[in-house]
Design a binder for this molecule. Structure first.
Ligand code: TTP
Ligand code: CA
Ligand code: CA
Length: 633
């Protein structure tokens, strides 16, 4: 359920930028003969000419819509050009569109905090850039206003008075505007400049919304398309929202929006305004009630995240009509292909960006018996993600079987699957300090490369959030010279990412501590962790590579052995070996400690110079949980 975020003390300037008919533009750039022509991109499928997934604005004039199939589009617009999406593994290969999206991100991220929100959308926090412009070259003192900015659509500005561009220019340059509107004017000029730059450098047009928060910017970015931008001054918010259908609001497209409609009779945001905050809290709980009360008034504190790379990776395929999958063998065959692609993408994310995904999720759409549209949904299922194509395929099939079991319940009936997808999420950056810590752990000559890390699935689902990473035997910490060269050739985006990396790292270390901090990176959390603590000379050993893959019964048996802190591990080895990490806390390099989150630093300092009652340290608190075996049920 959505929750209100604290609002900023100072006004923000936020933009949401969305590419126009994105896949079509990418295809038009590849084949300029398609420019200005009615064109649509069609998903690979021979059923009724395939499904349209992107439609050019020229084709939209004929009434062609995304929901149509190719045959239908030809009927309403006989001159339409239908371009097939590139295909790999018998499914759409979106790589060309993904990298085109990265081009946009590389340009937009030069002006402020940038969040890649989807394949063709970004949010920008332009507050600092707008403040700087207001100080150095405020619009009211400019002789010439950037022309594209004067084409902005300003909500609330009467459109029938004289020349529109003149009145927009006058609005942008008002000397008597309040501080918020002045910042917004600067934001509008900056976004117009960025959009022109995107066009010059990529040949793509995009549209944008500029407002004081993400919610409003997103709501208006598609209001005037293609190739236009829309500005939301605070004074126009109420009138804009009042007639907006409630389902158009972010997070209200689903159950919550339906409940507002069905249970409270709320059809528009205006209807929501008549409910007191307390009333909404009664219905939906304190947090969501407050959130609803605020969004009805255009208030949202949600921040733009500093993220140039996607939040998750997903691969899916639909099986419409007669193509529906009706047995395990055909599901497995498709899941294997989807997982192969997913595996390649997360591996390349790991190699190029040093990012690790933690969760594998399977989604499906299904019907059972003779029902075309089953009431019960196929439940999405997740598990910790293990790197390696075979492991992902194996786990995805198990997730499918588990989902199918829940979907069918006790019924022994026929079923069919009309869509399947797998995704990798909960992605985090490998902290830069990790390599130095691992190097320390293994000794100065032995290092660990993220690319050589093997993540294994824990058997206990209650440990689902833990990351299981074990070093392989050939380990490297610093990138090899060829890797360095490759990275040197990286795109603009990667370079910017690397520059930003340093800046963000201290924040990230703290950010990730809850789920995947450096602790978990270090933590083997293995069922057979061997541990020995001394306050004045602490030595800890951890078993190395140890697969605890669920399907492996022999290992399952081994892992199920109860842990005994006083005994050495079941392999009988308590010494440094290829599979055991040994280190002495006393020898920790202070520079390494400084890279850890503050609370962990305090804890380590506590061990090195233990307080009198250091034995009172509680299990599970920060770093101590690393040294203790994970609880297993
Ligand atoms: P959108 O931004 O929703 O649409 P669009 O860019 O084609 O058109 P608009 O100018 O209205 O923004 O989606 C971006 C791309 O994502 C789109 O070009 C194709 C792809 N896509 C799909 O493959 N399937 C879908 O259901 C949707 C909505 C989009
Ligand atoms: Ca778009
Ligand atoms: Ca979009």
């Amino acid at each position: 359920m959505p929750v209100a975020r604290p609002e900023p003390q100072e006004p923000r300037v936020i933009a949401h930028v969305d590419m126009d008919c994105f896949y079509v533009q990418v295809e038009q750039r590849r084949n300029p003969a398609l420019r200005g022509q009615p064109t649509a991109v069609v998903q690979y499928n021979d059923w009724k000419g395939g499904g349209l997934i992107a439609v050019s604005y020229e084709a939209r004039k004929f009434g062609v819509k995304r929901s149509m199939r190719g045959d239908e589009a030809k009927m309403v617009c006989p001159s339409i050009n239908l371009v097939q999406v590139p295909v790999a593994r018998d499914k759409a290969d979106l790589n060309v569109y993904r990298s085109a999206g990265s081009e946009l991100v590389a340009i937009l991220s030069t002006k402020g905090k940038c969040e890649r929100a989807s394949i063709d959308e970004v949010y920008l926090d332009l507050t600092d850039a707008a403040k700087e412009m207001l100080l150095e070259s405020p619009p009211e003192l400019l002789e010439l206003i950037f022309e594209e900015a004067t084409k902005s659509n300003i909500l609330g500005l009467p459109s029938d008075i004289g020349n529109r561009e003149d009145s927009v220019r006058a609005w942008l340059c008002r000397a008597d505007a309040d501080y918020q509107d002045k910042l917004l004017s600067c934001g509008a000029i900056i976004v117009a400049q960025l959009r022109v730059k995107v066009l010059e450098e990529t040949e793509f047009t995009c549209s944008a919304g500029i407002a004081h928060n993400k919610m409003l910017a997103k709501l208006v970015s598609g209001m005037h398309k293609p190739a236009q931008q829309t500005v939301v001054p605070s004074s126009a918010v109420q009138d804009f929202l009042v007639s907006l259908p409630i389902k158009k609001m972010k997070q209200l497209g689903g159950k919550l929006g339906s409940s507002l409609q069905d249970d409270l009779g709320v059809k528009t945001v205006g209807d929501l305004l008549s409910f007191a905050e307390e009333k909404l809290q009664e219905y939906y709980g304190v947090n969501t009630g407050t959130w609803l009360w605020k969004i009805a008034r255009g208030i949202s504190g949600e921040e733009v995240e500093d993220r140039l790379l996607p939040k998750s990776h997903g691969c899916g395929k639909t099986f419409p009509g007669p193509k529906a999958l009706r047995n395990n063998a055909s599901v497995k065959s498709w899941l294997d292909r989807l997982c192969e692609e997913l595996s390649e993408r997360i591996q390349s994310d790991l190699n190029q960006n040093k990012r690790i995904a933690q969760t594998l999720t399977l989604h499906a759409r299904a019907s059972k018996g003779n029902e075309c549209d089953s009431i019960k949904k196929f439940p999405s299922k997740s598990c910790p993600l293990r790197y390696g194509t075979g492991k992902i395929q194996e786990d995805a099939m198990k997730l499918f079987e588990s989902g199918l079991h829940d979907f069918l319940g006790s019924q022994n009936t026929k079923w069919s699957i009309t869509s399947l997808s797998v995704s990798a999420s909960k992605i985090f950056d490998i902290p830069s300090g990790t390599s130095s810590i691992l190097r320390y752990i293994k000794g100065p000559n032995s290092t660990v490369s993220p690319a050589n890390l093997d993540c294994s699935l824990p058997q206990d689902p209650s440990l689902g959030n833990k990351l299981y990473i074990t070093p392989n035997h050939e380990e490297q910490c610093e990138p090899s010279s060829s890797e360095k060269e490759d990275r040197g050739k990286n795109s603009n985006l990667d370079k910017q990412h690397q520059v930003k990396e340093e800046k963000r790292m201290s924040k990230k270390l703290t950010d990730v501590k809850g789920t995947c901090s450096i602790l978990k990176f270090l933590s083997q959390s293995s069922p057979v962790v061997n541990e020995k603590r001394k306050l004045d000379s602490l030595t800890c050993s951890h078993p190395g590579p140890e697969s605890s893959s669920e399907p492996n019964k022999a290992e399952e048996h081994k892992s199920a052995q109860p842990f005994d802190r006083n005994k050495s591990n079941p392999s009988g080895s308590n010494s440094a070996s290829s599979s055991t990490w040994m280190f002495n806390v006393e020898d920790i390099d202070p520079a390494v400690v400084e890279e850890l989150p503050p609370e962990i630093q305090r804890e380590i300092h506590g061990w090195i110079r233990p307080p009198k009652h250091s034995s009172s340290k509680t299990r599970g608190s920060t770093i101590s949980s690393y040294f203790q075996p994970a609880k297993r049920s």
